[in-house]
Design a protein around this ligand. Structure first.
Ligand code: SIN
Ligand code: FE2
Length: 217
């Protein structure tokens, strides 16, 4: 009887939410493959561990990062760039797992961007208090491909603004398994993440992991 009752409660979150022109939030889109994603993630981190990178201005980022795929996004005192090698090991970044690639392509498709073939996946780790200030993703060569952003673990507040830094961002709650796709007219939208609140996630513990897929070259 309790099960019947639960089944009759509708899912209050819509299958997708258009958050701006060319930008869509797909709640829970990655949930069905969470186990594969987390397994693949473990192997990536073993090969290329998380590290706190330094901005060109000399600040250490509160978000810890690593990468997989043909190119990895890095920052240091000399600037931002895509590097085929992990600067820490001098070896190529771990390859992009098939499950990552397929998830990114399927999400992009749902967002209206067919044939997305990412060559870069930035892996961001937020612990409570970590944040990402408003920025544009513009170190890629080709802005015709969208950005696909996957959230795992603790919930976060995603800030999604306009094409000018001064445009007031709107706030969206991103939960475990949620995917955001943006491109076309909003490919260069300013975005960021508010300081992560304390919490404990059943699968990931005291952290949020974000996978950002891009076509870098
Ligand atoms: C980013 O913009 O690189 C990260 C976005 C996020 O963590 O959701
Ligand atoms: Fe970004």
């Amino acid at each position: 009887m309790a099960a019947d009752l639960l089944e009759s409660v509708p899912d209050v979150r819509p299958a997708e939410e258009v958050i701006a022109e060319g930008a869509v939030l797909l709640p829970g889109f990655a949930r069905t493959i969470e186990v594969e994603l987390l397994e693949a993630l473990r192997a990536i981190i073993e090969q290329s561990p998380f590290r706190h990178m330094t901005t060109p201005g000399g600040h250490q980022m509160s978000v810890a990062m690593t990468n997989c795929g043909g190119f990895g996004w890095v920052t240091d005192r000399s600037g931002y760039r895509y590097d085929p090698n992990d600067p820490q090991s001098g070896k190529p970044w771990p390859p992009m797992p098939g499950a990552f690639r397929e998830l990114a392509r399927a999400a992009a498709d749902r967002g209206g961007f067919g044939g997305f073939a990412p060559d870069a996946c930035l892996v961001n780790r937020y612990q409570p208090g970590a944040r990402m200030s408003l920025h544009q993703d513009r170190d890629e060569n080709d802005f015709s491909a969208p950005i696909v952003s996957v959230s795992l673990g603790l919930p976060a507040t995603f800030l999604f603004g306009g094409l000018k830094r001064s445009d007031k961002p709107r706030r969206f709650r991103l939960e475990h398994g949620d995917v955001v796709v943006w491109g076309g007219p909003t490919r260069l939208a300013f975005h960021g993440v508010a300081p992560l609140a304390e919490g404990e996630h059943s699968l990931l513990g005291r952290q949020r992991i974000n996978l950002t897929f891009r076509k870098a070259r």
